[in-house]
Design a protein around this ligand. Structure first.
Ligand SMILES: [Ca+2]
Ligand SMILES: [Ca+2]
Length: 586
Protein backbone atom coordinates (compact mmCIF):
# COMPACT_ATOMS: atom_id res chain seq x y z
CA UNK A 1 0.00 0.00 0.00
CA UNK A 2 1.40 3.38 -0.92
CA UNK A 3 1.63 6.10 1.71
CA UNK A 4 -0.81 8.13 -0.39
CA UNK A 5 -3.44 5.39 -0.29
CA UNK A 6 -2.82 4.84 3.43
CA UNK A 7 -3.36 8.52 4.11
CA UNK A 8 -6.52 8.57 1.99
CA UNK A 9 -7.98 5.62 3.92
CA UNK A 10 -6.90 7.15 7.21
CA UNK A 11 -8.63 10.45 6.45
CA UNK A 12 -11.87 8.67 5.52
CA UNK A 13 -11.74 6.46 8.61
CA UNK A 14 -11.38 9.46 10.92
CA UNK A 15 -14.31 11.24 9.30
CA UNK A 16 -16.48 8.11 9.52
CA UNK A 17 -15.57 7.55 13.15
CA UNK A 18 -16.64 11.11 14.02
CA UNK A 19 -19.92 10.65 12.17
CA UNK A 20 -20.50 7.33 13.96
CA UNK A 21 -19.94 8.85 17.40
CA UNK A 22 -22.40 11.62 16.61
CA UNK A 23 -25.24 9.19 15.96
CA UNK A 24 -26.93 7.85 19.08
CA UNK A 25 -28.46 4.35 19.02
CA UNK A 26 -31.98 5.75 19.28
CA UNK A 27 -31.35 7.87 16.19
CA UNK A 28 -30.09 4.95 14.16
CA UNK A 29 -33.02 2.57 14.71
CA UNK A 30 -35.30 1.19 13.55
CA UNK A 31 -37.05 0.91 16.91
CA UNK A 32 -39.10 -2.28 16.53
CA UNK A 33 -42.24 -2.70 18.64
CA UNK A 34 -43.01 -6.23 19.81
CA UNK A 35 -46.49 -7.01 21.16
CA UNK A 36 -45.42 -9.82 23.52
CA UNK A 37 -48.70 -11.77 23.59
CA UNK A 38 -48.59 -12.42 19.84
CA UNK A 39 -44.94 -12.42 18.71
CA UNK A 40 -43.76 -15.96 19.47
CA UNK A 41 -44.99 -18.64 21.89
CA UNK A 42 -42.08 -20.78 23.13
CA UNK A 43 -44.01 -23.22 25.35
CA UNK A 44 -47.20 -23.87 23.40
CA UNK A 45 -49.65 -22.35 25.90
CA UNK A 46 -51.04 -20.07 23.18
CA UNK A 47 -49.50 -16.85 24.55
CA UNK A 48 -46.40 -15.25 23.16
CA UNK A 49 -43.62 -14.97 25.73
CA UNK A 50 -40.16 -13.53 26.41
CA UNK A 51 -38.35 -16.78 25.60
CA UNK A 52 -40.16 -16.77 22.23
CA UNK A 53 -38.83 -13.28 21.55
CA UNK A 54 -35.31 -14.42 22.50
CA UNK A 55 -35.57 -17.36 20.09
CA UNK A 56 -36.13 -14.85 17.28
CA UNK A 57 -33.31 -12.48 18.29
CA UNK A 58 -31.36 -13.28 15.12
CA UNK A 59 -34.34 -12.09 13.08
CA UNK A 60 -33.96 -8.59 14.54
CA UNK A 61 -30.30 -8.63 13.57
CA UNK A 62 -31.10 -9.93 10.09
CA UNK A 63 -33.58 -7.15 9.30
CA UNK A 64 -31.37 -4.42 10.77
CA UNK A 65 -33.37 -3.49 13.88
CA UNK A 66 -31.52 -1.08 16.18
CA UNK A 67 -33.70 -1.45 19.27
CA UNK A 68 -36.50 -3.76 20.35
CA UNK A 69 -39.34 -2.24 22.38
CA UNK A 70 -41.69 -4.55 24.29
CA UNK A 71 -45.26 -3.55 25.10
CA UNK A 72 -46.00 -4.20 28.81
CA UNK A 73 -44.80 -7.51 30.25
CA UNK A 74 -45.42 -6.58 33.90
CA UNK A 75 -47.56 -8.32 36.49
CA UNK A 76 -51.14 -7.47 35.53
CA UNK A 77 -54.71 -8.79 35.65
CA UNK A 78 -54.67 -8.00 31.89
CA UNK A 79 -57.95 -6.08 31.81
CA UNK A 80 -56.25 -3.67 29.40
CA UNK A 81 -53.70 -6.06 27.92
CA UNK A 82 -50.97 -5.19 30.43
CA UNK A 83 -51.56 -1.43 30.47
CA UNK A 84 -53.02 -2.11 33.92
CA UNK A 85 -49.88 -2.83 35.93
CA UNK A 86 -50.23 -4.63 39.28
CA UNK A 87 -46.48 -4.61 40.01
CA UNK A 88 -44.08 -2.42 38.03
CA UNK A 89 -40.99 -4.45 38.95
CA UNK A 90 -42.35 -7.93 38.39
CA UNK A 91 -43.00 -9.86 35.19
CA UNK A 92 -46.34 -11.44 34.32
CA UNK A 93 -45.72 -15.22 34.60
CA UNK A 94 -47.61 -15.73 31.32
CA UNK A 95 -44.69 -13.91 29.63
CA UNK A 96 -41.88 -15.38 31.76
CA UNK A 97 -39.57 -14.22 34.53
CA UNK A 98 -37.19 -11.38 35.31
CA UNK A 99 -34.37 -13.81 34.44
CA UNK A 100 -35.95 -14.25 30.99
CA UNK A 101 -35.87 -10.46 30.56
CA UNK A 102 -32.21 -10.39 31.62
CA UNK A 103 -31.40 -13.22 29.19
CA UNK A 104 -33.17 -11.35 26.38
CA UNK A 105 -31.30 -8.13 27.16
CA UNK A 106 -27.96 -10.00 27.18
CA UNK A 107 -28.75 -11.73 23.90
CA UNK A 108 -29.82 -8.52 22.17
CA UNK A 109 -26.80 -6.64 23.50
CA UNK A 110 -24.53 -9.41 22.20
CA UNK A 111 -26.02 -8.70 18.76
CA UNK A 112 -25.56 -4.93 19.14
CA UNK A 113 -29.29 -4.34 19.58
CA UNK A 114 -30.74 -2.10 22.29
CA UNK A 115 -33.74 -2.95 24.46
CA UNK A 116 -36.69 -0.77 25.50
CA UNK A 117 -39.57 -1.42 27.86
CA UNK A 118 -42.98 0.14 28.10
CA UNK A 119 -43.46 2.42 31.12
CA UNK A 120 -47.02 3.18 32.22
CA UNK A 121 -46.81 6.07 34.70
CA UNK A 122 -50.32 7.58 34.52
CA UNK A 123 -52.19 4.75 36.19
CA UNK A 124 -51.72 1.36 37.80
CA UNK A 125 -54.13 -1.53 38.11
CA UNK A 126 -56.59 -1.39 40.98
CA UNK A 127 -54.93 -4.68 41.98
CA UNK A 128 -51.62 -2.93 42.70
CA UNK A 129 -50.69 -3.08 46.39
CA UNK A 130 -50.20 0.72 46.27
CA UNK A 131 -53.89 1.14 45.47
CA UNK A 132 -55.00 -1.36 48.10
CA UNK A 133 -52.85 0.49 50.66
CA UNK A 134 -54.29 3.80 49.53
CA UNK A 135 -57.87 2.51 49.88
CA UNK A 136 -56.98 1.51 53.45
CA UNK A 137 -55.14 4.78 54.14
CA UNK A 138 -51.96 2.90 55.03
CA UNK A 139 -49.47 5.59 56.17
CA UNK A 140 -47.39 6.79 53.23
CA UNK A 141 -49.95 5.66 50.65
CA UNK A 142 -52.90 7.91 51.57
CA UNK A 143 -52.26 10.23 48.63
CA UNK A 144 -50.79 7.80 46.08
CA UNK A 145 -53.98 8.12 44.01
CA UNK A 146 -56.35 11.03 43.30
CA UNK A 147 -59.07 10.85 45.96
CA UNK A 148 -61.86 13.40 46.25
CA UNK A 149 -64.99 13.73 48.36
CA UNK A 150 -68.46 13.43 46.84
CA UNK A 151 -69.99 16.71 45.71
CA UNK A 152 -73.37 15.76 47.19
CA UNK A 153 -75.75 12.80 47.23
CA UNK A 154 -78.99 11.91 45.52
CA UNK A 155 -81.65 9.65 46.96
CA UNK A 156 -82.49 6.51 45.00
CA UNK A 157 -85.11 4.13 46.49
CA UNK A 158 -84.35 5.47 49.93
CA UNK A 159 -80.57 5.03 49.50
CA UNK A 160 -78.12 7.94 49.33
CA UNK A 161 -76.03 7.72 46.12
CA UNK A 162 -72.80 9.77 46.24
CA UNK A 163 -72.36 12.19 43.33
CA UNK A 164 -69.05 12.77 41.54
CA UNK A 165 -66.80 15.73 42.48
CA UNK A 166 -67.15 17.13 38.92
CA UNK A 167 -68.31 16.20 35.40
CA UNK A 168 -64.97 14.95 34.06
CA UNK A 169 -65.26 12.07 31.63
CA UNK A 170 -62.96 9.11 31.08
CA UNK A 171 -61.80 7.54 27.82
CA UNK A 172 -63.20 4.13 28.74
CA UNK A 173 -66.24 4.95 30.93
CA UNK A 174 -68.79 7.80 31.10
CA UNK A 175 -67.37 9.31 34.31
CA UNK A 176 -63.70 9.69 35.29
CA UNK A 177 -64.68 9.04 38.93
CA UNK A 178 -65.54 5.79 40.70
CA UNK A 179 -66.79 5.59 44.28
CA UNK A 180 -64.88 3.43 46.75
CA UNK A 181 -67.11 2.43 49.67
CA UNK A 182 -64.26 1.36 51.88
CA UNK A 183 -62.45 4.67 51.70
CA UNK A 184 -65.68 6.67 51.39
CA UNK A 185 -64.30 8.76 48.51
CA UNK A 186 -64.16 8.86 44.73
CA UNK A 187 -60.93 8.01 42.89
CA UNK A 188 -59.97 9.43 39.48
CA UNK A 189 -59.37 7.27 36.42
CA UNK A 190 -58.82 8.84 33.02
CA UNK A 191 -59.01 5.33 31.49
CA UNK A 192 -60.85 2.26 32.89
CA UNK A 193 -62.24 2.15 36.43
CA UNK A 194 -59.70 -0.66 37.00
CA UNK A 195 -56.90 1.85 36.14
CA UNK A 196 -56.78 4.44 38.97
CA UNK A 197 -54.63 7.48 38.14
CA UNK A 198 -51.49 7.89 40.23
CA UNK A 199 -51.22 11.26 41.99
CA UNK A 200 -48.18 13.20 40.73
CA UNK A 201 -48.81 15.98 43.24
CA UNK A 202 -47.59 13.44 45.82
CA UNK A 203 -43.75 13.50 45.93
CA UNK A 204 -43.72 9.88 47.15
CA UNK A 205 -45.33 8.81 43.86
CA UNK A 206 -42.74 10.65 41.77
CA UNK A 207 -39.97 9.01 43.78
CA UNK A 208 -41.60 5.56 43.57
CA UNK A 209 -41.87 5.79 39.77
CA UNK A 210 -38.28 7.02 39.45
CA UNK A 211 -37.24 3.95 41.43
CA UNK A 212 -39.21 1.76 39.02
CA UNK A 213 -37.17 3.28 36.19
CA UNK A 214 -33.92 2.66 38.10
CA UNK A 215 -34.91 -0.98 38.72
CA UNK A 216 -35.10 -1.71 34.99
CA UNK A 217 -32.21 0.56 34.00
CA UNK A 218 -30.03 -1.30 36.54
CA UNK A 219 -30.96 -4.52 34.72
CA UNK A 220 -29.62 -3.09 31.46
CA UNK A 221 -32.74 -1.63 29.84
CA UNK A 222 -31.61 1.04 27.34
CA UNK A 223 -34.81 2.97 26.91
CA UNK A 224 -38.46 3.40 27.81
CA UNK A 225 -41.59 4.10 25.82
CA UNK A 226 -43.67 6.24 28.14
CA UNK A 227 -47.40 5.58 27.89
CA UNK A 228 -50.25 8.12 27.83
CA UNK A 229 -48.27 11.11 29.10
CA UNK A 230 -50.84 13.86 28.27
CA UNK A 231 -53.04 12.47 31.05
CA UNK A 232 -50.38 12.54 33.77
CA UNK A 233 -51.50 15.69 35.60
CA UNK A 234 -54.91 17.13 36.45
CA UNK A 235 -55.74 20.55 37.91
CA UNK A 236 -58.80 22.55 39.06
CA UNK A 237 -60.75 19.69 40.60
CA UNK A 238 -63.40 22.19 41.63
CA UNK A 239 -64.28 23.02 38.02
CA UNK A 240 -66.41 21.22 35.45
CA UNK A 241 -65.16 20.85 31.88
CA UNK A 242 -67.47 22.28 29.17
CA UNK A 243 -68.65 20.31 26.14
CA UNK A 244 -67.81 21.44 22.62
CA UNK A 245 -70.87 23.42 21.46
CA UNK A 246 -73.18 21.31 19.32
CA UNK A 247 -71.31 18.04 19.93
CA UNK A 248 -73.86 15.26 20.33
CA UNK A 249 -72.49 11.94 21.60
CA UNK A 250 -73.62 9.07 19.39
CA UNK A 251 -71.99 6.27 21.34
CA UNK A 252 -70.41 5.75 24.77
CA UNK A 253 -66.93 6.69 23.50
CA UNK A 254 -68.19 9.99 22.07
CA UNK A 255 -68.98 11.35 25.52
CA UNK A 256 -65.24 11.77 26.07
CA UNK A 257 -64.69 13.31 22.63
CA UNK A 258 -67.43 15.89 23.21
CA UNK A 259 -65.79 17.26 26.36
CA UNK A 260 -63.08 19.95 26.33
CA UNK A 261 -60.32 18.51 28.51
CA UNK A 262 -59.10 21.80 29.90
CA UNK A 263 -57.88 20.43 33.23
CA UNK A 264 -57.17 16.77 32.48
CA UNK A 265 -54.79 16.87 29.49
CA UNK A 266 -51.54 18.60 28.52
CA UNK A 267 -51.13 20.39 31.88
CA UNK A 268 -47.81 22.31 32.15
CA UNK A 269 -46.58 20.41 35.20
CA UNK A 270 -46.43 17.12 33.32
CA UNK A 271 -43.40 18.37 31.37
CA UNK A 272 -41.61 18.92 34.69
CA UNK A 273 -42.31 15.30 35.60
CA UNK A 274 -40.97 14.13 32.23
CA UNK A 275 -37.84 16.22 32.84
CA UNK A 276 -37.46 14.44 36.20
CA UNK A 277 -37.72 11.10 34.38
CA UNK A 278 -35.11 12.29 31.85
CA UNK A 279 -32.75 13.10 34.72
CA UNK A 280 -33.05 9.50 35.93
CA UNK A 281 -32.03 8.32 32.45
CA UNK A 282 -29.06 10.67 32.58
CA UNK A 283 -27.89 9.08 35.85
CA UNK A 284 -26.92 6.12 33.67
CA UNK A 285 -25.40 7.93 30.69
CA UNK A 286 -21.79 7.13 31.61
CA UNK A 287 -22.73 3.53 30.97
CA UNK A 288 -24.33 4.17 27.57
CA UNK A 289 -27.04 6.59 26.49
CA UNK A 290 -30.53 5.91 27.83
CA UNK A 291 -33.61 7.28 26.11
CA UNK A 292 -37.38 7.71 26.40
CA UNK A 293 -40.00 7.85 23.63
CA UNK A 294 -43.17 9.64 24.62
CA UNK A 295 -46.61 8.45 23.56
CA UNK A 296 -48.55 11.69 23.32
CA UNK A 297 -51.54 12.05 21.01
CA UNK A 298 -51.75 15.81 21.51
CA UNK A 299 -51.90 19.10 19.61
CA UNK A 300 -48.59 19.82 17.87
CA UNK A 301 -47.51 22.64 20.21
CA UNK A 302 -47.99 20.36 23.23
CA UNK A 303 -46.29 17.42 21.50
CA UNK A 304 -43.18 19.43 20.63
CA UNK A 305 -42.79 20.45 24.28
CA UNK A 306 -41.73 16.88 25.10
CA UNK A 307 -38.46 17.30 23.20
CA UNK A 308 -35.68 17.46 25.77
CA UNK A 309 -32.42 15.68 26.43
CA UNK A 310 -32.83 11.89 26.23
CA UNK A 311 -36.48 12.42 25.26
CA UNK A 312 -38.44 12.54 21.99
CA UNK A 313 -42.20 12.47 21.43
CA UNK A 314 -43.45 9.89 18.95
CA UNK A 315 -44.38 11.46 15.63
CA UNK A 316 -47.83 10.15 14.67
CA UNK A 317 -48.26 12.39 11.60
CA UNK A 318 -48.18 9.52 9.07
CA UNK A 319 -50.76 7.70 11.23
CA UNK A 320 -52.91 10.74 11.80
CA UNK A 321 -52.91 12.51 8.46
CA UNK A 322 -52.46 9.84 5.79
CA UNK A 323 -54.91 7.21 4.58
CA UNK A 324 -55.81 5.44 1.35
CA UNK A 325 -57.35 8.63 -0.06
CA UNK A 326 -54.39 10.91 0.63
CA UNK A 327 -52.63 12.75 -2.16
CA UNK A 328 -49.15 14.24 -2.50
CA UNK A 329 -50.11 17.56 -0.88
CA UNK A 330 -51.38 15.84 2.25
CA UNK A 331 -48.19 13.75 2.43
CA UNK A 332 -46.04 16.86 2.09
CA UNK A 333 -48.13 18.65 4.72
CA UNK A 334 -47.84 15.77 7.22
CA UNK A 335 -44.07 15.52 6.77
CA UNK A 336 -43.35 19.27 6.73
CA UNK A 337 -45.58 19.84 9.76
CA UNK A 338 -43.22 17.79 11.90
CA UNK A 339 -39.94 18.84 10.35
CA UNK A 340 -40.78 22.56 10.37
CA UNK A 341 -42.15 22.64 13.92
CA UNK A 342 -39.55 20.45 15.59
CA UNK A 343 -37.36 22.50 17.97
CA UNK A 344 -34.01 23.39 16.43
CA UNK A 345 -31.40 20.65 16.62
CA UNK A 346 -33.87 17.89 17.53
CA UNK A 347 -34.38 14.57 15.79
CA UNK A 348 -37.54 13.28 14.08
CA UNK A 349 -39.06 9.81 14.11
CA UNK A 350 -41.78 8.23 11.96
CA UNK A 351 -44.45 5.92 13.36
CA UNK A 352 -46.55 4.04 10.79
CA UNK A 353 -48.53 1.76 13.08
CA UNK A 354 -48.82 0.25 16.53
CA UNK A 355 -51.02 -1.99 18.68
CA UNK A 356 -53.74 0.68 18.82
CA UNK A 357 -54.15 1.37 15.08
CA UNK A 358 -55.14 -0.68 12.02
CA UNK A 359 -52.22 -2.07 10.07
CA UNK A 360 -50.71 -0.24 7.08
CA UNK A 361 -51.92 -2.88 4.59
CA UNK A 362 -55.45 -2.45 5.99
CA UNK A 363 -55.40 1.36 6.16
CA UNK A 364 -53.74 1.96 2.79
CA UNK A 365 -54.12 -1.37 0.96
CA UNK A 366 -51.28 -3.88 0.59
CA UNK A 367 -49.97 -2.10 -2.52
CA UNK A 368 -48.82 0.81 -0.35
CA UNK A 369 -46.81 -1.24 2.19
CA UNK A 370 -43.43 -0.54 0.57
CA UNK A 371 -44.26 3.13 -0.05
CA UNK A 372 -45.16 3.74 3.61
CA UNK A 373 -42.08 1.83 4.81
CA UNK A 374 -40.02 3.94 2.40
CA UNK A 375 -41.33 7.12 4.04
CA UNK A 376 -40.86 5.86 7.60
CA UNK A 377 -37.34 4.56 7.00
CA UNK A 378 -35.89 7.18 4.66
CA UNK A 379 -37.36 10.44 5.96
CA UNK A 380 -34.71 12.01 8.23
CA UNK A 381 -35.14 10.58 11.72
CA UNK A 382 -35.70 7.25 13.44
CA UNK A 383 -38.01 4.68 11.82
CA UNK A 384 -40.47 3.09 14.26
CA UNK A 385 -41.72 -0.32 13.07
CA UNK A 386 -44.63 -2.21 14.59
CA UNK A 387 -43.98 -5.95 14.37
CA UNK A 388 -45.13 -7.41 11.06
CA UNK A 389 -45.18 -4.12 9.15
CA UNK A 390 -41.89 -5.19 7.54
CA UNK A 391 -43.69 -8.09 5.85
CA UNK A 392 -46.90 -6.16 5.13
CA UNK A 393 -49.26 -7.91 7.55
CA UNK A 394 -52.99 -7.06 7.45
CA UNK A 395 -55.52 -6.84 10.25
CA UNK A 396 -56.98 -10.19 11.27
CA UNK A 397 -60.75 -10.65 11.43
CA UNK A 398 -61.46 -11.67 15.02
CA UNK A 399 -64.75 -13.50 15.77
CA UNK A 400 -66.64 -11.93 18.66
CA UNK A 401 -66.24 -15.00 20.88
CA UNK A 402 -62.43 -14.89 20.51
CA UNK A 403 -62.04 -11.20 21.41
CA UNK A 404 -59.30 -10.26 23.87
CA UNK A 405 -59.66 -6.47 24.01
CA UNK A 406 -62.03 -5.92 26.91
CA UNK A 407 -62.44 -2.17 26.27
CA UNK A 408 -64.96 -0.65 23.85
CA UNK A 409 -62.10 -0.17 21.37
CA UNK A 410 -61.61 -3.24 19.20
CA UNK A 411 -57.83 -3.35 18.83
CA UNK A 412 -57.47 -7.11 18.46
CA UNK A 413 -57.27 -7.11 14.62
CA UNK A 414 -53.88 -5.31 14.62
CA UNK A 415 -52.66 -7.41 17.56
CA UNK A 416 -53.02 -10.78 15.80
CA UNK A 417 -49.99 -13.12 15.80
CA UNK A 418 -46.78 -12.45 13.92
CA UNK A 419 -46.69 -14.45 10.70
CA UNK A 420 -43.48 -16.49 10.63
CA UNK A 421 -44.31 -19.21 8.12
CA UNK A 422 -47.18 -21.08 6.40
CA UNK A 423 -47.62 -23.72 9.12
CA UNK A 424 -50.23 -23.91 11.94
CA UNK A 425 -50.90 -20.44 13.44
CA UNK A 426 -48.30 -19.02 11.03
CA UNK A 427 -45.59 -20.59 13.23
CA UNK A 428 -46.55 -18.33 16.15
CA UNK A 429 -47.75 -21.12 18.48
CA UNK A 430 -48.27 -24.88 18.46
CA UNK A 431 -51.44 -24.41 20.50
CA UNK A 432 -54.68 -25.05 18.56
CA UNK A 433 -56.22 -22.03 20.33
CA UNK A 434 -53.64 -19.24 20.19
CA UNK A 435 -54.11 -15.94 22.03
CA UNK A 436 -55.71 -14.49 18.88
CA UNK A 437 -56.34 -16.13 15.49
CA UNK A 438 -53.82 -15.29 12.75
CA UNK A 439 -54.81 -13.22 9.71
CA UNK A 440 -56.08 -15.42 6.87
CA UNK A 441 -53.34 -14.36 4.44
CA UNK A 442 -50.58 -15.91 6.61
CA UNK A 443 -49.97 -18.68 4.05
CA UNK A 444 -48.46 -16.12 1.65
CA UNK A 445 -47.62 -13.12 3.86
CA UNK A 446 -45.00 -14.53 6.22
CA UNK A 447 -41.31 -14.14 7.03
CA UNK A 448 -40.22 -17.47 5.56
CA UNK A 449 -42.01 -16.94 2.24
CA UNK A 450 -40.72 -13.38 1.92
CA UNK A 451 -37.15 -14.40 2.70
CA UNK A 452 -37.22 -16.95 -0.10
CA UNK A 453 -38.65 -14.58 -2.72
CA UNK A 454 -36.53 -12.14 -4.63
CA UNK A 455 -39.16 -9.40 -4.53
CA UNK A 456 -40.82 -9.07 -1.16
CA UNK A 457 -41.87 -6.41 1.36
CA UNK A 458 -39.25 -7.84 3.72
CA UNK A 459 -36.54 -7.58 1.06
CA UNK A 460 -37.48 -3.96 0.39
CA UNK A 461 -37.56 -3.22 4.14
CA UNK A 462 -34.02 -4.58 4.64
CA UNK A 463 -32.65 -2.52 1.74
CA UNK A 464 -34.36 0.61 3.07
CA UNK A 465 -32.89 0.05 6.55
CA UNK A 466 -29.44 -0.43 5.08
CA UNK A 467 -29.72 2.85 3.14
CA UNK A 468 -31.12 4.61 6.24
CA UNK A 469 -27.97 3.60 8.12
CA UNK A 470 -25.78 4.91 5.31
CA UNK A 471 -27.55 8.27 5.46
CA UNK A 472 -28.33 8.65 9.17
CA UNK A 473 -25.23 10.68 10.02
CA UNK A 474 -26.28 13.26 7.43
CA UNK A 475 -29.37 14.19 9.45
CA UNK A 476 -31.61 16.49 7.42
CA UNK A 477 -28.82 17.60 5.07
CA UNK A 478 -30.12 17.99 1.50
CA UNK A 479 -33.65 17.14 2.67
CA UNK A 480 -36.57 18.71 0.90
CA UNK A 481 -40.17 17.66 0.14
CA UNK A 482 -41.99 18.14 -3.17
CA UNK A 483 -45.39 17.73 -4.80
CA UNK A 484 -44.38 16.51 -8.27
CA UNK A 485 -47.95 15.90 -9.45
CA UNK A 486 -51.15 16.05 -7.37
CA UNK A 487 -50.51 12.38 -6.55
CA UNK A 488 -46.72 12.00 -6.63
CA UNK A 489 -44.94 13.00 -3.44
CA UNK A 490 -41.14 13.25 -3.44
CA UNK A 491 -38.35 13.98 -1.01
CA UNK A 492 -34.60 14.17 -1.24
CA UNK A 493 -31.77 12.85 0.90
CA UNK A 494 -28.06 13.22 0.05
CA UNK A 495 -27.56 11.76 -3.46
CA UNK A 496 -31.10 10.34 -3.49
CA UNK A 497 -34.54 11.27 -4.79
CA UNK A 498 -37.50 9.30 -3.40
CA UNK A 499 -40.76 9.17 -5.39
CA UNK A 500 -44.10 7.90 -4.04
CA UNK A 501 -47.25 7.61 -6.15
CA UNK A 502 -50.34 7.83 -3.93
CA UNK A 503 -52.66 7.50 -6.93
CA UNK A 504 -54.70 4.41 -7.66
CA UNK A 505 -53.82 5.07 -11.32
CA UNK A 506 -50.54 5.21 -13.20
CA UNK A 507 -48.87 8.63 -13.09
CA UNK A 508 -46.78 10.15 -15.88
CA UNK A 509 -44.63 13.23 -15.30
CA UNK A 510 -41.36 14.90 -16.13
CA UNK A 511 -38.45 15.77 -13.86
CA UNK A 512 -37.08 18.11 -16.49
CA UNK A 513 -36.41 21.46 -14.82
CA UNK A 514 -36.78 19.86 -11.36
CA UNK A 515 -34.44 21.52 -8.88
CA UNK A 516 -32.73 19.59 -6.11
CA UNK A 517 -32.02 21.33 -2.79
CA UNK A 518 -29.73 24.35 -3.00
CA UNK A 519 -31.00 24.94 -6.54
CA UNK A 520 -28.93 22.10 -7.95
CA UNK A 521 -29.87 20.75 -11.37
CA UNK A 522 -31.12 17.19 -11.45
CA UNK A 523 -28.57 14.82 -13.04
CA UNK A 524 -29.48 13.57 -16.51
CA UNK A 525 -29.33 9.97 -15.28
CA UNK A 526 -30.79 8.47 -12.12
CA UNK A 527 -30.76 4.83 -11.07
CA UNK A 528 -33.59 2.85 -9.44
CA UNK A 529 -31.98 1.76 -6.17
CA UNK A 530 -34.92 0.47 -4.10
CA UNK A 531 -38.14 -0.01 -6.10
CA UNK A 532 -41.34 -1.17 -4.36
CA UNK A 533 -42.30 -4.70 -5.36
CA UNK A 534 -45.16 -3.31 -7.49
CA UNK A 535 -42.87 -0.87 -9.31
CA UNK A 536 -42.15 -1.31 -13.02
CA UNK A 537 -38.52 -0.49 -12.33
CA UNK A 538 -35.99 -3.16 -11.50
CA UNK A 539 -32.92 -2.39 -9.43
CA UNK A 540 -30.26 -0.30 -11.17
CA UNK A 541 -32.65 0.54 -13.98
CA UNK A 542 -31.29 3.71 -15.56
CA UNK A 543 -33.76 6.59 -15.77
CA UNK A 544 -33.18 9.41 -18.24
CA UNK A 545 -34.54 12.49 -16.47
CA UNK A 546 -35.02 14.29 -19.82
CA UNK A 547 -37.77 11.81 -20.72
CA UNK A 548 -41.18 11.40 -19.15
CA UNK A 549 -41.32 9.07 -16.17
CA UNK A 550 -44.19 6.73 -15.39
CA UNK A 551 -45.04 5.16 -12.07
CA UNK A 552 -47.46 2.31 -11.47
CA UNK A 553 -50.39 2.92 -9.08
CA UNK A 554 -49.35 3.10 -5.40
CA UNK A 555 -45.73 2.31 -6.13
CA UNK A 556 -42.55 3.91 -4.85
CA UNK A 557 -38.95 4.08 -5.96
CA UNK A 558 -35.74 5.31 -4.37
CA UNK A 559 -33.56 6.86 -7.08
CA UNK A 560 -29.84 7.30 -6.68
CA UNK A 561 -27.45 9.54 -8.57
CA UNK A 562 -25.05 6.62 -8.62
CA UNK A 563 -25.35 3.35 -10.50
CA UNK A 564 -23.84 1.40 -7.65
CA UNK A 565 -20.23 2.53 -7.60
CA UNK A 566 -18.83 3.80 -4.30
CA UNK A 567 -19.89 7.37 -3.62
CA UNK A 568 -17.87 9.46 -1.22
CA UNK A 569 -19.99 10.49 1.72
CA UNK A 570 -18.78 14.03 1.33
CA UNK A 571 -17.03 15.66 -1.56
CA UNK A 572 -15.09 17.63 1.08
CA UNK A 573 -13.34 14.43 2.16
CA UNK A 574 -12.25 13.72 -1.38
CA UNK A 575 -10.99 17.26 -1.86
CA UNK A 576 -9.10 17.16 1.44
CA UNK A 577 -7.63 13.73 0.65
CA UNK A 578 -6.56 14.89 -2.81
CA UNK A 579 -5.08 18.02 -1.31
CA UNK A 580 -3.21 15.95 1.30
CA UNK A 581 -1.80 13.62 -1.32
CA UNK A 582 -0.64 16.55 -3.44
CA UNK A 583 0.73 18.58 -0.58
CA UNK A 584 2.86 15.87 0.94
CA UNK A 585 4.39 14.96 -2.47
CA UNK A 586 4.94 11.25 -1.86
CA1 LIG B 1 -46.23 -19.03 25.91
CA1 LIG C 1 -53.33 11.39 35.52
Amino acid sequence: MTRALRLLLCVCAVVNAIAGEDVEWWQNGPIYQVYPATFADSNGDGWGDIKGILEHADYFKDIGVGAVWLSPIFASPMQDNGYDVANYTDVNPIFGTKQDVKDLIDKLHSLGIKFMLDFVPNHSSDQHVWFKNSVNRVPGYENFYVWRNKSSSKMDNGKAIPLEPNNWRSLFTPSAWTWNDQRGQFYLHQFGAFQPDLNYDEPLVVEAMKNVMRFWLDMGVDGLRVDATPYLIETHYDLNQPDFPGCVPKGPLDYYECQQHLYTRDQPKLYDIMAEFAKVLDEYKNNGTRYQSIEAYAALNFTMMYYMNSTSPFNFNILSYLNQNSNASVAKYAVDLWMNNMPKGRWANWVTGNHDNARVATRFGEDMVDAINTMSILLPGTPITYMGEEIGMSNSLIPEDLRRDKTDFNRDPERAPMQWNASLNAGFSSNPRPYLPVASNYWRVNVEAEKSTEKSHLGVYKKLVSLHKDLVAKGAEDFQTYVITPWVFAFTRPNHLILINFNNLEEEFTLSGFKLPNDKEIPSKLFAKIPSINSEYSEMFEIDTKNNITMRPRSSVVLSVSGGSVVFKSSAILIFATFAVTFFKF
